[in-house]
Design a protein around this ligand. Structure first.
Ligand code: XBP
Ligand code: MG
Length: 256
């Protein structure tokens, strides 16, 4: 019985990494007078580490320790990440939020059909405010439960944030579907027992999605058919609630 849809944020609800988070990190480095620029290729490699603070620590300790400034590294990371988060919000509020195809449509359909909605993301909760704004007034209220950032100690690929959200929903994993864009996210969702649909991004399309129920380029729109990359075959050219229920049934779940 499909009762809830659980969405990742970065790369899933919106394509935010290359032109959003990466740009915000670079502006925070520049503001701090640090000679650091994360270009698109380097950032793609750094994305293997989820969590901006964790990503900064990885960079200064394992990737470019030669660029590590003297002094308290943890204090520097806290400062850089706080500034990056403010810059990111300003950037998305001014440049707009690149919602992915089919997201607004599917959220509306799910609400109309009485499915619960939830968020399971590694990103800082403040970064969701531009997403709510882009989705529309009262959009935060569409989501029954939000798991974000430091609400769990172990970030993706650990399953903790999905387990936190399932507890908040009061539902079993078998009654839900997860939507992700990355291998880390897929591992987190499947680790919590969730059947997962992956919508790839330019950064993640070559990752291992063998554990996914279905891998597509995006959720599809009536005038923008999706392309199924791997996983369970289905007839529709877009993912709507009926298609999701049929997929859930094919995965051995029960449909509504
Ligand atoms: C993606 C992440 C986040 C963002 C940066 O989260 O790993 O760390 O890259 O956001 P998800 P922060 O795909 O789970 O939505 O700097 O706030 O961590
Ligand atoms: Mg993601």
């Amino acid at each position: 019985m499909l009762k809830a849809l659980i969405f990742d944020v970065d790369g899933t609800l919106a394509d935010t990494e290359r032109d959003g988070h990466r740009v915000a990190f670079n502006r925070a480095f520049a503001e701090a007078g640090l000679p650091i620029v994360w270009d698109e290729a380097l950032y793609g490699r750094l994305l293997v580490i989820t969590g901006g603070k964790e990503r900064l620590l990885h960079f200064f300790t394992h990737v470019r320790p030669d660029l590590r400034p003297a002094g308290d590294l943890n204090a520097l990371i806290r400062h850089l990440h706080a500034r990056k988060t403010d810059i990111y919000s300003d950037l998305l509020n001014s440049e707009g939020v690149p919602l992915r195809p089919g997201i607004r449509r599917l959220l509306g359909e799910a609400r109309d059909r009485g499915l619960k909605l939830a968020i399971a993301t590694t990103t800082t909760e403040k970064n969701l405010e531009p997403i709510w704004t882009a989705l529309g007034p009262q959009a935060r209220g569409w989501f029954h439960t939000v798991g974000a950032g430091d609400c769990v100690a172990a970030k993706k690929p650990a399953p903790d944030v999905y387990e936190y959200v399932l507890a908040g929903l009061g539902l079993a994993a078998r009654d839900c579907l997860a939507f992700e864009d990355s291998e880390n996210g897929l591992r987190a969702a499947t680790g919590a027992g969730l059947s997962t649909i992956v919508t790839v991004t330019d950064y993640t399309r070559d990752q291992d999605f063998s554990a996914a129920l279905l891998v597509v380029d995006h959720l599809g729109e009536p005038d923008l058919p999706l392309t199924r990359l791997t996983g369970t075959a289905f007839a529709s050219r877009l993912l709507d609630v009926d298609a999701l229920m049929a997929l859930k049934l094919s995965a051995g779940g029960t449909s509504r």
